[in-house]
Design a protein around this ligand. Structure first.
Ligand code: PAF
Length: 300
């Protein structure tokens, strides 16, 4: 695995592979990350390998997507350990740029430039759920993802399903700005407790990890209510919410059902596949998770 920092090194590393005999049409798959890698990220690397000959992974903690008072400064930075596990997982190129490489004209200028590109606006969807708790987060996320796509110029880009709202917004943005790029969704990887893997789980001690595991259990209760007992959406949400009532250490922010094709809330007339979203704060750590739930037509 080659580790590169600048845009020129990145292009050279990709071109070098393309120039090998028989590699002219080489496909590139890209996995953007913020580092602090765990098994969930490595599953993205393996998924990328299914699609492409060359797998590029980026590690960049993007200042634009952190709000005031969020954990930008203390976000875990573990580049050396990350490089080791990426190499073992079969990544070909690790792109670990500095802020100056990603935003050569500075963060303020990048922010202002992104505002002028309509496809980079997260809009109403970006203000709901995670966006309501983290104003500006999704616009900053879209700005960096678009910039990284421009730098890497991949054929495929792989994202985890855990960040469902992020994935929805990236697909919508890429459709307009990068129409030839295929966005691949990789399933959520979970601990044995059911807790969705996240870089932020490392902030949790054993007691908090146990509490955090209750989020996925609540989602499962909602799913069972709908798929086994035939509950309508509002009842499924109530069932999941009730499961969390016995867990006061998890401060629920939202528990909601959306239509994955629009990310809008569904009502009780909805049938088909919905996404149940949950966010809660455990200690000082914000956690999110989601689960698909199929709502059937009621029997006549
Ligand atoms: O999901 C993440 O780790 C980040 O939001 C991403 C997509 C790498 C952009 O910084």
């Amino acid at each position: 695995m080659k580790t590169v920092v600048t845009a020129a090194e990145l292009t050279a590393a990709i071109d070098e592979e393309r120039e090998l005999p028989g590699c002219a049409g080489l496909k590139v798959a890209f996995v953007p990350t913020m580092g602090a890698l765990h098994e969930g990220h490595l599953s993205l690397v393996r998924k990328a390998r299914e699609y492409a000959d060359l797998v590029v992974v980026s590690i960049f903690v993007n200042p634009l997507q952190f709000g005031a008072g969020e954990d930008f400064e203390k976000y875990p930075r573990t580049l050396e350990a990350d490089a080791k596990v990426l190499e073992a997982a079969g990544a070909d190129v690790l792109f670990a740029p500095t802020v100056e490489v990603v935003y050569p004209d500075g963060i303020e200028a990048a922010h202002a430039a992104a505002k002028l590109r309509p496809a980079l606006q997260s809009g109403e969807v970006g203000k709901a759920f995670e966006g309501a708790a983290r104003p500006g987060h999704f616009d900053g996320m879209l700005a960096v993802v678009a910039r990284l796509f421009e730098l890497v110029n991949p054929d495929f880009a792989v994202f985890g399903a855990k960040d469902a709202q992020q994935l929805f917004l990236i697909k919508r943005m890429a459709n307009v700005e990068f129409p030839d790029l295929h966005i691949i969704e990789a399933p959520i990887v979970r601990e044995t407790s059911g807790l969705a893997m996240s870089s932020r789980n490392r902030y949790l001690d054993a007691t908090k990890l146990e509490v955090a595991g209750q989020l996925s259990k609540a989602l499962k209760v909602g799913k069972a209510a709908a798929e086994t007992l035939g509950a309508k959406p509002s009842m499924a949400v109530n069932a999941a919410r009730a499961r969390l009532e016995g867990v006061p250490e998890a401060k629920l922010d939202y528990l909601a059902l959306v239509d994955p094709s629009s990310f809008e809330l569904i009502d009780d007339s909805f049938t088909g596949r919905a996404l149940m979203l949950i966010a809660a704060v455990v200690g000082t750590t914000r956690l999110i998770d989601n689960l698909t739930i199929d709502f059937q037509e009621p029997f006549a």
